[in-house]
Design a protein around this ligand. Sequence first.
Ligand SMILES: [Cu+2]
Length: 109
Amino acid sequence: MTALLNRRQLLAAGATLLAGNSPTRAHDGTVHVVIEKLAFLPADIEVKAGQIIEWTNKDAFAHTATVKSSWEVLIPPKEVATHVAAAGDSVDYYCRFHPNMKGKITVLV
Ligand SMILES: [Cu+2]
């Protein structure tokens, strides 16, 4: 009986630990960027590693968040797309379809 209780406590403690270390802290501040009329709003964002960047495309055509020689996120019209910020993800990005659309991500240490 005692052993069972200890095991339960251990499991509970383990679960708490896992929750605390979760790399996708969805509720711990998703950073929102709206795309409207060919612009990222806001254009400059600051995030912590592990935070989710969420783009909401309000335009009637597709956009991308493209980092040259790195990652790219396609954001279909009227849809939402996400990218999890990694350490070292301080980058300038743009839209592949509309190169004048520019944004900047700064990952805080
Ligand atoms: Cu675009």
